[in-house]
Design a binder for this molecule. Structure first.
Ligand SMILES: Cc1cc2nc3c(=O)[nH]c(=O)nc-3n(C[C@H](O)[C@H](O)[C@H](O)COP(=O)(O)O)c2cc1C
Length: 170
């Protein structure tokens, strides 16, 4: 028997499986993001959805570039902090105890403690009522030796999770 779900964001979105959580750097600020997706393969374009109220929104409008930093479960506290405090109120690298690292091709630092770094330039903006998707080509990508996407942090219905066991080949 199928059960109706109220048409509010939380009840509907919680029907989906856990989704990735990343730390995005733009300018020298960090924001926790779950709206991250790839848009095209050739060229490889990725995008992030950013609410207009975020400090990050203004920084993206100025710099047109960002780094997707992939955290592991060891960075859970930093993920919480960067998702609840605004860069308008201080330096999140300092508050979260994170280290800036040089990026190859974009004017935004990476986060040294993360496992992988994807540098992106913005070539498209898709505007919605209260947020904009910033989309563009990946211009550089690096990973820490030993890092795999399967170790990454995810957000489930009520808690943060990590990917579970493999259940079959693709
Ligand atoms: C798990 C999690 C996921 C989030 N995902 C997004 C997102 O995809 N887009 C967004 O605009 N804000 C998202 N947020 C909220 C921002 O991270 C938060 O408002 C942050 O403090 C904004 O920082 P800023 O003002 O320095 O840009 C998320 C927060 C959490 C905790």
């Amino acid at each position: 028997m199928a059960i109706s779900v109220p048409l509010n964001p939380q009840p509907v979105l919680s029907l989906l499986p856990p989704y990735p959580i990343v730390l995005v750097t733009t300018g020298a600020n960090i924001i926790t993001i779950n709206q991250v997706a790839y848009f095209t393969f050739s060229p490889l374009r990725v995008g992030i959805g950013v609410a207009h109220t975020r400090y990050t929104y203004g920084l993206l409008k100025k710099t047109w570039a960002f780094v997707i930093n992939v955290p592991g479960a060891d960075l859970l506290e930093a993920v919480r902090l960067c998702g609840s405090v605004s860069g308008r109120d201080g330096d999140k690298f300092a508050r979260a105890g994170l280290t800036q690292q040089h990026s190859d091709l974009v004017p935004a630092p990476g986060i040294a403690e993360c496992g992988a770094w994807i540098e992106c330039r913005v070539d498209r903006e898709i505007d919605f009522e209260e947020r904009t998707w910033f989309v563009g080509p990946v211009v550089a990508a690096r990973r820490r030796e030993g890092h795999e996407g399967g170790q990454a942090l995810m957000c489930g219905r009520e808690a943060y999770t990590i990917p579970g066991p493999v259940v079959g080949p693709r």
